[in-house]
Design a protein around this ligand. Sequence first.
Ligand SMILES: O=C(O)CNC(=O)[C@H](CS)NC(=O)CCC(=O)C(=O)O
Length: 285
Amino acid sequence: MTSDLRVSMLQMTSGNRHAANQVTVDEAAHRAAADGCDLLALPEAAGLMNKDKEDARRQITTEAEDPFLLTCRGLAAKYGLWIQPGSTPVKAADGRYLNHGTLIDPSGAIVARYDKVHLFDVFLEGRKPTGESDRYAPGTEAVLVDTPWGPWGLSICYDLRFPHLYRDYAKAGATVLFIPSAFTVPTGRAHWEVLLRARAIENGAYVVAAAQVGDHEDGRTTWGHSLIIDPWGEVVADLGGDAPGQISVTLDIARVAAARQQIPSLENERDYTFTRIGAHETTPA
Ligand SMILES: O=C(O)CNC(=O)[C@H](CS)NC(=O)CCC(=O)C(=O)O
């Protein structure tokens, strides 16, 4: 297994048309290649951030026709880069709309596909319900993909709050967990970094979480703070909350095994019985 993985992470303010987002990624891939990177990681909704369902659906195509993914595939091949395009909306053959993650290899081939499993249907104080499942159908498959740097686990944004997904990836040997996101500002402030660091620590894996930032054309504002976290839980890159940006860092994949050797919590797991003591069974004082 190759130990050094040089990653470039892009923090974006994606717009509600594909074309401008493609220009942003074109420049980012050029920079990643100039920095000697193996991999470029993008945020959730990198190719199209558009909460207007009708307007979005006029633009969303199948994966094969998607202009953003075609651009990413061309850039991967041009620069010999792996690209994790975060996610972008696509239409499935059966007509369902999906929040669609992929992994593209340096030949430009899509080698893995992951559709967001846990959709963001929450009720934040003082806000309209987010209703992501009104716009997308949920995926039903966890996807781990073998690479020269070990297996990588795919996920998207709100999946972060479902730790068993990452534990399943880690038990199967995942070295890197991708969590591309478009977090809200209030939940980002309160939960983002602590949840990401927890996923890295409890799984002894690198976490690569490229994020959307700032004020978007579709009216949303996102938290930013794209983070890369090492298997010991230390933040190795943070792009801040103010503006788009890009950072290139070298990850040492051998540190995954080192963390899991020191704290073998994945192996120390045990089965247990579950007992509930009901109030009706207690003896009154
Ligand atoms: O649909 C798009 O265009 C892009 N996708 C999103 O913005 C998604 C669904 S609305 N956002 C999240 O999952 C935020 C999760 C979050 O903020 C939390 O868990 O606290």
